[in-house]
Design a protein around this ligand. Structure first.
Ligand SMILES: [Zn+2]
Length: 219
């Protein structure tokens, strides 16, 4: 008989078999418990965070509607600090800064969300807010009215119009399949050109800048 070799008696086989199956059962139970507790461990704080976010968001929104922006800001900030905010509350905090005329902070807030927002739609929204605000901070209307600062103005000789004009081209392909371009001159500065049914249309004076193309942020 080789050294360290041992044939266990039958009763040991029997016991070890029971133990093994017990062990396996226990292991299975433990695994299920672990999975549950793991899920719970993640869900429980999230649920608490979400409750807090909703509470702060509701209070912030109530105050915002009452134009109490400084008060609203405090609540939106708390909501933005929760782990479940996707960036929406952080954008709202930016809106408060904007109304408080703290434009630098508003811009920073938007830029932060544009970078760190948890959803692409929220990031895009923040990006748009940041672009519009930085436009306004430069004195340029953020609306889609014709402005001198726009890229694409070109000098063209158009029969029957004075030479001093520069033009903006609006290409189109309408649903009927008719394509082409329409041009508006700088005589229409501050007017909104929008595509309606595939064709560019002059919608009149920009309501944001009142047809000036410019905007002044009050401090
Ligand atoms: Zn405008």
């Amino acid at each position: 008989m080789p050294k360290h070799y041992w044939i266990a008696p039958h009763w040991i086989d029997y016991v070890s078999c029971i133990l093994k199956s017990r062990c396996l059962n226990l292991l299975a139970v433990l695994l299920v418990l672990a999975a549950f507790s793991c899920a719970y461990a993640q869900d429980a704080p999230d649920a608490a965070q979400e409750t807090l976010r909703q509470k702060e968001y509701a209070e912030g929104t109530k105050l915002f509607k009452e134009k109490k922006y400084a008060e609203a800001l405090k609540h939106y900030k708390k909501a933005a600090d929760t782990s479940t905010d996707d960036g929406e509350c952080a954008i709202l905090a930016g809106q408060c800064y904007f109304h408080l005329k703290d434009y630098d902070k508003a811009l920073k807030q938007y830029q932060l969300v544009a970078e760190n927002g948890k959803r692409i739609s929220v990031k895009n929204k923040a990006q748009k807010c940041a672009q519009q605000l930085s436009c306004m901070m430069k004195g340029i209307c953020p609306g889609n009215c014709l402005k001198p600062s726009m890229k694409g103005w070109r000098k063209m000789k158009v029969a029957g119009t004075p030479d001093r004009l520069v033009w903006m081209v609006y290409p189109y392909l309408d649903p009927a399949g008719k394509g082409g371009s329409e041009y508006w001159s700088n005589d229409h500065m501050g007017e909104v050109i929008e595509y309606v049914n595939g064709r560019p249309k002059n919608m009149g004076k920009c309501p944001i800048c009142n047809g000036t193309g410019k905007i002044t942020l009050t401090k």
